[in-house]
Design a protein around this ligand. Structure first.
Ligand code: SAM
Ligand code: SF4
Length: 330
């Protein structure tokens, strides 16, 4: 193997997001249309052995952390088996999961046994009515139970709750989420809405920035900035009275493309080097045609080399990608 995976701008790829399905049991308005999407045919979905082969290759090329996502990753059958296969790859230090939490309570035990190290739960409302309005499904109690189940596994590290902020679409419960961060051992992070929604509702007008949300929190609480982690996407703050932590992930108003160390593998085996890339590199086809690992490495290196400098949201030349968030893997 010929050294680390770097792009034209000198960014080194350390983090691989692996989407395990494009299917989902919710229909969040900022992500999917009410009627759902045409799911990719099952035969296009990478098998666990194919994902394992690719993760292993990426690990040889310097990737150290893997995040499983989707669609909803927990609807993929036998997910703990995949976690176990990835955990067996020596160089992988961290296997995390981004989930809507609906199936978390029942699956967390086998996932932890298999080697899962961290979990982010997406939750945008704390009342059943708003939850239903945003996700177009019931299920708040299941998510709350899933979060409580996570608390039984201190080895999972900080439990993160991700809240997508969309101006006007439903009353964002900013102060209620701040309270959640203070009362429970959860790091609550507000994420800016990005133009990756299937309904194409995104516009500057509905962008609610991290800075605006922070001002609302600071109207009630003093916040103290915390040091950023390397390649960090969030700005982190502690409550001044030490009652917990909150964060702001602001890819639109404060882009972090310059330090991005991520690549993404879609459930159907396409390598994407940016959420907003207009092109992708097929790895499934070549793998099924029998390429060697050396040939796969060439494909991967070429794709990473062409990783775009940044997302261009807000620029005249910005074009929304043909795939939406749930089909890419957020
Ligand atoms: N289904 C899982 C979940 O919701 O956590 C994993 C996949 S989801 C696509 C990953 C993350 O992307 C979630 O935190 C979700 O809230 C976020 N997301 C989806 N659409 C988004 C958008 N248009 N802008 C910003 N974040 C979005
Ligand atoms: Fe499903 Fe996650 Fe998209 Fe919501 S954000 S529709 S839970 S994939």
């Amino acid at each position: 193997m010929g050294g680390a995976l770097v792009d034209t701008y000198g960014r080194e790829i350390m983090d691989l997001r692996v989407s395990v399905t494009d299917r989902c049991n919710l229909r969040c308005h900022y992500c999917m249309p009410a009627e759902g999407l045409a799911w990719a045919p099952k035969e296009q979905e990478l098998e666990f052995a194919e994902i394992e082969r690719l993760v292993s290759l990426f690990a040889d090329l310097g990737v150290r952390s893997v995040r499983l996502t989707g669609g909803e990753p927990l609807v993929r059958k036998n997910l703990p088996e995949l976690v176990e296969r990835i955990a067996a790859i020596d160089a992988i230090e961290d296997i995390s999961l981004t989930t809507n939490g609906i199936l978390l309570e029942q699956l967390i035990e086998p996932l932890v046994q298999a080697g899962l190290t961290r979990v982010n739960v997406s939750l945008d409302a704390l009342t059943p009515e708003r939850y239903r309005e945003i996700t177009r499904r019931n299920g708040l109690q299941k998510v709350i139970a899933g979060l409580a189940a996570l608390e039984r596994y201190p080895q999972l590290g900080p439990i993160k709750v991700n809240v997508v902020a969309v101006r006007g679409m439903s009353d964002l419960e900013i102060l209620e989420f701040a309270e959640l961060a203070r009362r429970r051992p959860y790091v609550v992070r507000f994420l800016e809405f990005m133009p990756l929604d299937a309904d194409e509702q995104w516009s500057d007008d509905v962008l609610l920035t991290g800075a605006e949300i922070r001002r609302v929190v600071e109207s009630m609480h003093d916040l103290v900035p915390l040091a950023a982690e390397s390649a960090a996407t969030s700005s982190r703050f502690a409550f001044a009275d030490n009652a917990g932590e909150i964060g702001f992930v602001s890819p639109v108003s404060e882009p972090f493309c310059g330090t991005c160390d991520r690549a993404r593998l879609t459930a159907d085996g396409q390598l994407r080097t940016c959420l907003f890339a207009l092109g992708e590199t097929d790895l499934r086809g070549p793998m099924r045609e029998g390429v060697t690992n050396g040939e796969l490495e060439e494909l991967i290196r070429g794709a990473i080399w062409r990783k775009p400098a940044g997302h261009k949201i807000g620029e005249d030349s910005f074009t929304q990608p043909a795939r939406w968030m749930s089909q890419i893997g957020g």
